[in-house]
Design a protein around this ligand. Structure first.
Ligand code: NDP
Length: 333
């Protein structure tokens, strides 16, 4: 793979320019360009510039509004609904998160339901932003079906990611952010292209049999959830929170509505915040630090989020696939 080096500023400017050229106004272009740049900064490359062609396809097909103006509405004293106005999720998150923070700092618990948006990003942006304000963050979203529930041979769940962030007073938050499928479909396709096997049970072939052949999963087969029926239960919970509770589309409904332009389908996101200051009392940080010390004293353990936070310390340029950069440049001219 040929690569080219771009500074974080160049990544941001390229994303911003391309989004604006294709119909995003300043507010929406900045929100998405920030999300994309932060992903490249942290080494979450599958949610960085890699996503720009999909974002642009959705602007071109008019599936997503580039001038969305999300609005907040209080449902109860601590449940807020953001109507995303059919724009990209980063804009809705930018509008809703400050209100969620303020509400949770006051009441100890806050819920943000985000509806009518198109989510194509990693979820750690939102949970980590809450943890940076000394709040615990939980977020999840559903996507179009590619994963079979335990026992089934056909897809019903999306790869349905969930993220959790725990604040630390003098340290980066502990953050996990993971799909509930064994693997992303994109990774399976790459393995098929490169002729590599995937772990046995990553998915089923078209006859419903477990396989380690990525081509059989990608062509008419289906992915499975991690951890068999246990991961399946979590993927189901995510459908219920991000669609049932939010009042937006389940994965199977999103697939029926979507125009398959290569960009993100419409859907909802569920975000919850908790204030340890109000709920756990004064000593919560020292107490949980003891737990992290115990955990890290075990050989081989690292805390989730550490890889990204280490990458973040590098302020230098990032090595990006040249073909991708050329493609994005062609979309901005
Ligand atoms: P990974 O399997 O790469 O990582 C999952 C989590 O586990 C990360 O928080 C990671 O932390 C942590 N982790 C990895 N290895 C270790 C280890 N050895 N010890 C401790 N922790 C570890 O992520 P996925 O491939 O499942 O998901 C990738 C991204 O895709 C996520 O950001 C998710 O939000 C996104 N996604 C978005 C979708 C959408 O519709 N918007 C759909 C599906 C996925 P660290 O980051 O520090 O490595």
């Amino acid at each position: 793979m040929t690569t080219t080096n771009l500074t974080l500023e160049e990544i941001y400017n390229l994303a911003l320019k391309t989004l604006k050229f294709n119909g995003c106004d300043e507010l929406n272009a900045e929100a998405v360009a920030d999300t994309v740049t932060n992903a490249e900064r942290d080494g979450s490359v599958s949610h960085g510039l890699f996503r720009i062609p999909g974002y642009i396809a959705s602007l071109k097909s008019k599936k997503v509004k580039g001038n969305a103006r999300p609005t907040n509405k209080f449902l109860t004293q601590n449940a807020i609904r953001v109507d995303g106005d059919y724009g990209f999720a980063p804009t809705a998150i930018k509008v809703g998160l400050p209100v969620l923070i303020e509400t949770t700092e006051k009441h100890g618990v806050g819920v943000l339901t985000i509806a009518n948006t198109h989510h194509f990003a990693a979820l750690w942006h939102e949970t980590e932003s809450l943890a940076e304000k000394n709040l615990i963050g939980i977020a999840c979203t559903a996507y179009k079906p590619s994963v079979a529930p335990a026992g089934a041979k056909k897809p019903l769940f999306g790869t349905n990611p969930i993220s959790f962030a725990w604040p630390r007073k003098n340290n980066s938050p502990v953050v996990y952010d993971m799909a509930t499928s064994t693997m992303a479909m994109g990774e399976v396709q790459v393995a098929a292209r490169d002729g590599h096997k995937v772990p046995y049970g990553t998915g089923l072939n078209k006859d419903g049999k477990k396989t380690d052949n990525p081509a059989d999963i990608a062509n008419g087969g289906v992915l499975l959830t991690f951890g068999d029926y246990k991961g399946s239960a979590i993927a189901m919970m995510i459908e219920l929170l991000a669609a049932g509770l939010v009042g937006d589309l389940f994965s199977f409904e999103a697939a029926k509505e979507d125009n398959n332009d290569g960009g993100p389908a419409r859907g909802g996101e569920f975000i919850m915040a908790l204030s340890p200051n109000l709920i756990a009392g004064e000593n919560w940080n020292e107490h949980s630090e003891k737990f992290f010390q115990e955990m890290k004293s075990l050989e081989g353990v690292r805390l989730p989020g550490e890889r990204r936070h280490k990458n973040r310390l590098n302020t230098g340029s990032r090595s990006i696939n040249k073909e991708l950069v050329d493609k994005i440049i062609s979309l901005s001219e």
